[in-house]
Design a protein around this ligand. Sequence first.
Ligand code: ZN
Length: 132
Amino acid sequence: MEKMSLKKIAAGLAKPTLLNDFISYGDVAAVIETVDGNIYTGISIDTACSLGHCAEHSAVSEMLKHGEYRILTMVAVDSHGNAVPPCGRCRELISQLSAENRKTTIEVSNGVFKTLEELMPFDWKRDSDRKW
Ligand SMILES: [Zn+2]
């Protein structure tokens, strides 16, 4: 069986849902493939008072739950299945997990792939005395 593309997996999860007057979820879905070949997914949550989080954040949480933190590739899509780039907060989160994640490949737009390093050319951690 052919391996399902990460983008296709994400598209299947990006289903905007209005829960009530305060919360909607699933506008964006993210899929991570780790260097160990495992797949983790997440969806966005949007709330009143900005209490929600990005789909990438959710996928990272799922990954950490399984003891992994090195990301080979990642994609997030909107409800139309179009790739969207990670926000600055998510870029920073992923970069802090492991220096190896600088090589993470991210589909930032349909068919456009960049490494995290390309998205963060002046990473504040680059010259710091990091232990990772
Ligand atoms: Zn984000």
